[in-house]
Design a protein around this ligand. Structure first.
Ligand SMILES: NC(=O)C1=CN([C@@H]2O[C@H](COP(=O)(O)OP(=O)(O)OC[C@H]3O[C@@H](n4cnc5c(N)ncnc54)[C@H](OP(=O)(O)O)[C@@H]3O)[C@@H](O)[C@H]2O)C=CC1
Ligand SMILES: O=C1CO[C@H](CO)[C@@H](O)[C@@H]1O
Length: 323
């Protein structure tokens, strides 16, 4: 049976499901079916990106669900992101339109600046207009497109109705404060890495003080410590194996994954887990049927190690803006 998820109200009045489905690492050949099944299971928010390379297939899943009468377009909340190589003011509207065409829809519910670092690919290319997408061989340079001009382009695509809400991802506190000096429209959401090993309480507080809703990505933390600094990993169990998480999961008769998602949603933070398994997809959606006690939330928050693992390397070009 499909599960109903709660909605959060954004600072522009739009309503966003608090639990969504993340599309990173969803294979192209299974993506349409995965999205279709997720809709059937009750997912209404899909978190995509140009960089994930599966927006066409995700759109096919959406189109099939609409054709079969499972949902209407307005029931869905489609999120996409601007990739780093499209930050120039003049690139933003054309690439947004290209991504909308890939999805087969005429507006995004939310469009985000993916990373606050502008790049340019100096190369011929295949998938996008010349120089617009990485071909695996070209030279990459930093671009001098300012974040202010990219945000201005975002405000303009919102005015044109291409995105109902606009937001940012991977901004730190300093970049957020800088944005407040020039933004006419405040971001509706900030999407960041957020799990018990990387809590970022001050950044979250700053966003909340300015009415910006936070979305957590990588809610389960690293899946293997090969992804992290091994020195940190030595005394750091995977979150699914952590005794505190396991103890709380057992106390509630839930899985560690559900506890990790509930730790965020109960504090007003949205989540976008991805799963290729129908069973896990179903269980990740059902995160609000239990409440953690205040001391359990605190115990989980106390696991913080300031351990960020999702650091984009972008083929050797520095993109690290985190403190
Ligand atoms: N803005 C940004 O820069 C970023 C955004 N994102 C977004 O966030 C989404 C989620 O982040 P991501 O880093 O992929 O991490 P997730 O937190 O979604 O973790 C995904 C991993 O957890 C496994 N998993 C999922 N559900 C369960 C469960 N119930 N029990 C056990 N294992 C489970 C999945 O395996 P399996 O599929 O086998 O179930 C997969 O290996 C992305 O899809 C993307 O949309 C992610 C990173 C950066
Ligand atoms: O969103 C994403 C998930 O993380 C990856 C690695 O940092 C990014 O490249 C990707 O765009």
């Amino acid at each position: 049976m499909a599960v109903n998820v709660p909605y959060v109200t954004l600072n522009d009045g739009n309503k966003m499901p608090q639990v969504g489905f993340g599309l990173w690492k969803v294979d192209n050949d299974t993506c349409a079916d995965t999205v279709y099944n997720a809709i059937k299971t009750g997912y209404r928010l899909f978190d995509g990106a140009c960089d994930y390379g599966n927006e066409v297939e995700a759109g096919q899943g959406v189109a099939r669900a609409i054709k079969d009468g499972l949902v209407k377009r307005e029931d869905l909340f489609i999120v996409s992101k601007l990739w780093q190589s499209f930050h120039d003011y003049d690139q933003v509207e054309p690439i947004t339109k290209k991504q909308l065409a890939d999805w087969g829809v005429d507006y995004f519910d939310l469009y985000l600046i993916h990373f606050p670092v502008a790049l340019k690919y100096v190369a011929p290319e295949t998938r996008y207009p010349p120089g617009w997408f990485y071909d695996g061989e070209s030279k990459i340079e930093h671009s001098n497109a300012s974040l202010e001009s990219t945000w201005r382009a975002f405000e303009d695509i919102q005015k044109k109705g291409l995105a109902k809400s606009i937001g940012i991802s991977n901004y730190n506190g300093a970049l957020l404060l800088d944005l407040f000096t020039y933004a006419k429209v405040k971001p509706a959401t900030l999407q960041i890495e957020h799990h018990p090993y990387y809590v970022q309480p001050y950044l979250i507080k700053l966003a909340e003080q300015h009415g910006i809703k936070v979305t957590a990505y990588s809610s389960f933390g690293p899946q293997s410590f090969i992804e992290c600094d091994m020195k940190v990993a030595a005394d750091t169990p995977l979150l699914f194996d952590h005794p505190v998480i396991k103890k709380i999961a057992e106390a509630h008769g839930k899985t560690p994954a559900q506890v990790l998602l509930r730790w965020s949603t109960q504090r007003g933070i949205s989540v976008i887990p991805k799963s290729n398994s129908q069973n896990r997809l179903q269980q990740n959606l059902d995160v609000t049927s239990f409440d953690l006690k205040d001391n359990e939330i605190q115990e989980i928050s106390d696991l913080d190690k300031n351990l960020k693992f999702n650091v984009p390397t972008n083929y050797g070009i520095p993109c690290y803006v985190f403190a």
